[in-house]
Design a protein around this ligand. Structure first.
Ligand SMILES: C[S@@+](CC[C@H](N)C(=O)[O-])C[C@H]1O[C@@H](n2cnc3c(N)ncnc32)[C@H](O)[C@@H]1O
Length: 336
């Protein structure tokens, strides 16, 4: 397995495969050797109108602010690497009019920084609560916003990718067809001009996924939430679901590759990378978020006082090797 690049400061905690750092990502990115990261998967603070506890920027400065990170991401990516950027939508202050920040970032990343748009992906979260309350719930002027844009950039037009690693389950109709292609299927040319031959009825183990990912953000986060409760610290308020980073980690990297999340929050990206046999780096400004994110790697066999002890050691700035606790060097079984 490739070694992780060594950064300037000490990590907050380490596992068999990764390291989490507390600090300003702009600085931490600068310490990473050029071309050494295979995938940067991240979700920055969004330019929401309401100030959140995790330091989001005002809309006007947001695009310039985020672009500075994207520029440094470009430098650290391998030539066949990918940058996956999950961005939520927002309204302009005081009016039911949408902000264009996602599209401004997309265009500037390509035009100014030299990224290539591999594919625009949309993450539909059916369980998202209606917001903003004023336009959606009270005045009934706008529909519920339940789709995030997820820009998948390559450093070239040819980032490493294998869609067969993320096949979707076949539809009931396709399963029937695969059981007995002759009974259900007459090869013909469709009105679109596609020549659908017998090969269409080959079982490839699943369907090619579409660029609309439907993932409810309702997963339990198991031990992470339990441990936050035990230690009496608030869980991260804007976690993305495990299936989102998993999709891109499986499709865009191979075991041993290095995955980086520059706005790691509760470090679900690191947890999934570890589970999938990838190496990982996680950066976040907040010591509290970084300390709580270590819970993701523990097992329930740790006592409450061990969890409290782990949290306070990280908060005091000690580097903790998680193998001192009962942690899961191989989380695969836990995640599947
Ligand atoms: C939307 S949250 C990410 C949540 C994460 N995807 C998860 O599932 O837990 C954004 C995170 O970026 C962190 N952050 C904001 N500005 C930062 C900076 N300049 N450097 C490092 N982290 C930063 C915040 O502390 C926050 O935890």
């Amino acid at each position: 397995m490739r070694p992780l690049p060594s950064l300037k400061g000490p990590p907050a905690y380490t596992t068999d495969r990764g390291a989490a750092f507390c600090g300003e990502s702009l600085d931490l990115l600068q310490a990473i050797p050029a071309g050494s990261i295979n995938l940067v998967m991240t979700s920055p603070p969004f330019p929401l109108l309401r100030e959140k506890s995790y330091g989001n920027q005002s809309q006007a400065e947001y695009v310039d602010w985020l672009l500075r990170f994207c520029e440094r991401v470009h430098r650290v990516l391998a030539s066949d690497g990918s940058f996956v950027l999950d961005l939520g939508g927002a309204y302009r202050r005081g009016v039911p009019e949408r902000s264009l920040h996602q599209w401004r970032i997309l265009i500037r990343c390509v035009d100014e920084l030299g990224f290539h748009l591999a594919e625009e992906v949309y993450w539909h979260n059916p369980s998202k609560l209606p917001s903003p309350i004023e336009w959606v719930n009270k005045r009934k002027l706008r529909m519920k916003d339940s789709v995030n844009t997820v820009w998948w950039f390559g450093k070239t037009a040819w980032p490493k990718a294998d869609v067969t690693k993320v096949l979707a389950p076949y539809s009931a109709r396709m399963k029937t067809l695969l059981r007995d292609p002759d009974a259900f299927y007459k090869p013909r040319v469709r009105p679109s001009g596609h020549d659908i031959g017998k090969g269409f009825a080959t079982d490839n183990g699943g369907a090619i996924p579409s660029n609309l990912l439907q993932i409810s953000n309702t997963e339990s986060n198991g031990l992470y939430l339990e441990a936050c409760k035990t230690v009496e610290v608030p869980p991260h308020p804007a976690r993305f679901p495990m299936l989102l980073p998993r999709h891109f980690i499986r499709m865009l990297t191979t075991p041993g590759d290095i995955v980086l999340d520059i706005f790691a929050g509760s470090n679900i990206t690191g947890q999934v990378a570890e589970t999938e046999g990838r190496r990982w780096l996680a950066f976040d400004l907040s010591k509290e978020y970084v300390a709580a994110s270590a819970f993701r790697f523990l097992t329930r066999a740790n006592t409450h006082s061990e969890m409290r002890n782990l949290y306070s050691r990280i908060l005091t700035g000690e580097t903790v090797d998680l193998s001192e606790y009962l942690y899961q060097p191989n989380l695969r079984a836990a995640a599947s």
